[in-house]
Ligand binder design. Structure first.
Ligand code: HAM
Length: 437
């Protein structure tokens, strides 16, 4: 018996296709980001999509939402506990340590672009497979490194033409002053304990800072008037934070100090920031980052200051699409309309050659009439059409039609045909055709 056909398999919830008609915006952003990364000295790194679960649990923190509820984890056939990466920072640190990248020169600036996986509740701008443009810089403790990263991010958004963006910035202190803040916060909380949700009650023991990140309304209310991390910073952290803000102010990047910003990952020290927008509906972060001076050592490397950010690529695309309106349709330089077997063969070879010359050429081998071939030329937005039929093959000349002006010229079908077409339709002296010649 024939196997039963499986009908209508669709993508799983929170996962989606990015279709060819959407890709132009993705590519535009990617090209702009890579150009900027290169000029600021960042090199590309590519890291695996799956890592040991322990890497993320140790780095991001056991009591974060990501590790507690959102990771796609599974046991491999040999019982290894593995996880689809929910972010890139932990893997990049692992790579920095594993390959002893610190040995010759601890300063490294890296970027990566790719998919991340978090089992969140899907909604507009929130997916279970989403993409990040991520940058990390190792080995530089100076506040100018923090400022440079925020400036880079700000510049990228500016170059992409984004308005309505706010930089929210905070300092989360260091190993010295964080405990002072936690004690102050716990003193404040201990009077209001009943007003906090169960998760917060649990987090009070393990990781009080996480309470500031709780989205439950009663917790948010109970935190009104709570102490802020910036009130408890040690002298060095305070100076660091001030210098970051002064540098950015001089570069005309306005920042809003946001005392409630603690970020959803535990590795942060000192400066943390988010770029927020209202253009996706509710206030949401299109990028986030911060310093994480303890993480490399925590994962087994030498003490290494480090800092980074990740852009939510999907969200950035959505903002750009809202700004741009309808996507610009794809165009072709030339469509070859051929009639008959012999002309089809000629069209095939000519199209291949022209594509190699950098002329976007298409033809159609389905034996259609001239009328439907011309229809197709219009549909694919061809700038020119070359018509070849039996008569043209016999006379040795074909007709080249400009689809905008409707002007037609005869072109000789000899061994110089490809070059002649290039000359006719691509007179730009800097074009690939001219460069190759
Ligand atoms: P994050 O804030 O968790 O930081 O993620 C960065 C950005 O990724 C967010 O601002 C958001 O735009 C986007 N994003 C997060 N989750 C989703 C989702 N489910 N769907 C769509 N977009 C999403 C990090 O991941 C850190 N590793 C950033 C970093 C790098 N810090 C230091 N270095």
């Amino acid at each position: 018996m024939a196997a039963q056909k499986i009908q209508n398999i669709q993508t799983i919830r929170g996962f989606r296709d990015i279709l060819p008609q959407q890709i132009t915006t993705w590519q535009k952003i990617e090209q702009e980001a890579i150009r900027l990364f290169r000029s600021f000295g960042y090199e590309e790194i590519r890291i695996p999509v799956i890592e040991k679960t322990a890497l993320f649990a140790r780095s991001i923190g056991d009591t974060t939402d990501i590790v507690e509820k959102e990771m796609y984890s599974f046991e491999d056939r040999n019982s290894d506990k593995l996880t689809l990466r929910p972010e890139a920072t932990a893997s990049i640190c692992r790579s920095y340590i594993q390959h002893k990248m610190y040995a010759a020169d601890p300063v490294k600036k890296w970027f990566t672009i790719g998919p991340m996986f978090r089992r969140e509740r899907p909604q507009k701008g929130r997916y279970r497979q989403f993409y990040q443009i991520d940058a990390e810089a190792f080995g530089i403790a100076s506040p100018y490194m923090d400022a440079e990263m925020i400036f880079l991010l700000h510049t990228l958004f500016e170059r992409l033409g984004l308005a309505d963006l706010q930089v929210h910035i905070n300092s989360l202190g260091c190993a010295q002053c964080r405990p002072v803040f936690q004690k102050t916060l716990m003193d404040f909380i201990s009077d209001n304990r009943t007003e906090f949700c169960e998760t917060c009650a649990r987090r009070m023991k393990k990781n009080p800072l996480r309470i500031l990140d709780c989205k439950v309304e009663s917790c948010r209310n109970a935190l009104e008037g709570a102490p802020a991390t910036v009130d408890c910073l040690c002298e060095e952290c305070r100076q660091h934070f001030d210098q970051v803000q002064t540098a950015l102010a001089k570069q005309k990047v306005s920042c809003h100090v946001d005392n409630t910003l603690v970020r959803g990952l535990d590795y942060y020290t000192r400066t943390a920031w988010e770029i927020q927008t209202t253009s996706l509906g509710a206030q949401s972060a299109v990028a986030g980052g911060g310093r994480y001076d303890g993480l490399v050592e925590e994962l087994g490397g030498p003490p290494t200051p480090a800092i980074g950010f990740a852009i939510g690529f999907d969200r950035l695309v959505e903002i750009m699409e809202n700004m741009q309106g309808e996507p610009i349709p794809e165009t072709k330089d030339l469509f070859i309309a051929s009639l008959g077997e012999a002309a089809a063969e000629k069209a095939y070879h000519l199209a291949s050659e022209l594509n190699l010359w950098g002329i976007k050429t298409e033809t159609d081998f389905r034996g259609k009439s001239m009328k439907s071939l011309m229809k197709r030329a219009n549909k694919i937005n061809a700038r020119y059409v070359l018509m070849i039929g039996e008569n043209e093959l016999q006379s040795g000349t074909a007709i080249l039609r400009d689809m905008n002006t409707k002007e037609q010229v005869s072109v000789e079908m000899n061994q110089n045909l490809a070059q002649e077409i290039c000359r006719q339709i691509n007179p730009d002296p800097a074009s690939e055709y001219h460069l190759r010649r």
